[in-house]
Design a binder for this molecule. Structure first.
Ligand code: ADP
Ligand code: MG
Length: 359
């Protein structure tokens, strides 16, 4: 997919903005606070109908206005897709080629945008939920059954936890839910294992290009159950073993909701041993590697690098800018861009965008 045109209306600081984009690299340049991240936030919003900066859609509506609109035209190999999202105070509406979409997952299947932002440097030291979320987002985009399996599992988990909090615990209810959870967890845990296997193929290659000294990298996934042998038997055993504890603490203590992975550089845990600069580059590599995992070319993501250059030294900047050529379409936001051959969109203080070509 290539984003050809974006139209914003009453979105963040923009009253009205129309932008035409190209394949390859699109650089959004401008001073701090002019709205560069707001533009890429809108681009990413197209893929999940969710912001990567806030959980509150209200924040996206221009101050003093009632609703914001994001309109986009995207080309795949066959045709142009028009997507229109209206964000109001009481919810959002999505239309694809003028037809309302009832399920937001349809949007996720249609548009794929991945974002790297500076705070992703916390990826390794932050809570496990950050890393699970990374797996869930990327798997949801590439593996059709994954999101269904995950949401089924999460619903069952909520039910089981609620059942564990009752005054009189119904052991039969718990066992029935547990059996269903065993079943639903299989697609989640096996999907994650497969994704990590692929990631371990790709990640060292990506890092070799971004910084050869970081190429000895490995992601170590710890599934809650061994994946050798019969899945159901093994998973049941894990849940059964934890049951006494679950009854005592009135919550489910094992399962995909507790999984995590560790990233190792030269055999050592990145969260403990890597410098901030190294973490930043490895986090960036993790963010863009899923591009190469998507087997279906149509599913390859649009890559957004929000302010990724400012924290890198000139050498790493150059390597990154060169690497970006491999992607179908990339958006970079930055305050300066001393490299050649790109489409530049300069955002000015009065919310105008001047387009010029850098040659
Ligand atoms: N809902 C909103 N209505 C109006 N302005 C907003 C809204 N949300 C954010 N802004 C403004 O957007 C600007 C920040 O934009 P941002 O994209 O983060 O800038 P940058 O170019 O530094 O990435 C700020 O001036 C902020 O006040
Ligand atoms: Mg910004």
């Amino acid at each position: 997919m290539v984003l050809k045109r974006l139209e914003l209306s009453k979105f963040r600081n923009f009253s009205n903005l129309q932008l035409d984009f190209n394949e390859g690299l699109n650089v959004i340049i401008g001073q701090n606070g002019v709205g560069k991240t707001n533009i890429v936030e809108a681009i990413h919003y197209l893929s999940l109908a969710r912001s990567f900066r806030t959980n509150y859609d209200d924040a996206l509506i221009k101050h003093g206005q009632e609703e914001a609109t994001i309109k986009a035209y995207l080309d795949d190999e066959h045709r142009t897709h028009k997507i229109e999202i209206t964000i109001g105070k009481d919810g959002k509406r999505v239309r694809h080629n003028d037809i309302p979409l009832t399920r937001l997952s349809t949007l996720a299947e249609l548009v794929n945008v991945v974002v790297f932002e500076p705070k992703d440097v916390n990826f390794f030291n932050g809570p496990p939920s950050l890393r699970r979320n990374y797996l869930d987002v990327h798997l949801g985009k590439t593996k059709n059954l994954y999101l269904n399996g995950l949401s089924t599992y999460e619903n069952l988990l909520r039910e089981r936890n609620a059942a564990l909090k009752k005054d009189n615990i119904d052991t039969i209810e718990i066992d029935v839910l547990q059996a269903q959870m065993v079943e639903a967890s299989e697609v989640v845990t096996k999907g994650r294992a497969e994704f990590i296997r692929n990631l371990n193929e790709i990640l060292p290659k990506v890092l070799k290009e971004l910084d050869p000294s970081l190429a000895n990298i490995k992601v170590n996934y710890k599934p809650f159950v061994t994946l050798k042998g019969d899945y159901k038997t093994n998973a049941e055993a894990v849940f059964n073993k934890a049951k006494a504890n679950d009854y005592k603490y009135r919550s489910t203590s094992v399962g995909p909701q507790r999984e995590d992975f560790i990233t190792e550089l030269n055999g050592q845990d990145v969260s403990e041993y890597a410098s901030q600069g190294q973490k930043r580059i490895i986090a960036l590599a993790l963010a863009i590697s899923p591009y190469f995992i998507a087997t279906n070319r149509q599913k390859r993501p649009i890559i957004v690098l929000d302010d990724a250059l400012s924290e890198l030294d000139a050498n790493h900047q150059q390597r990154l800018v060169k690497f970006i050529n491999k992607f179908n379409q990339t958006f970079i936001t930055t305050t300066s861009f001393p490299y050649q051959g790109s489409e530049l969109y300069e955002v000015t203080k009065n919310q105008k965008v001047i387009r010029r070509r850098f040659v």
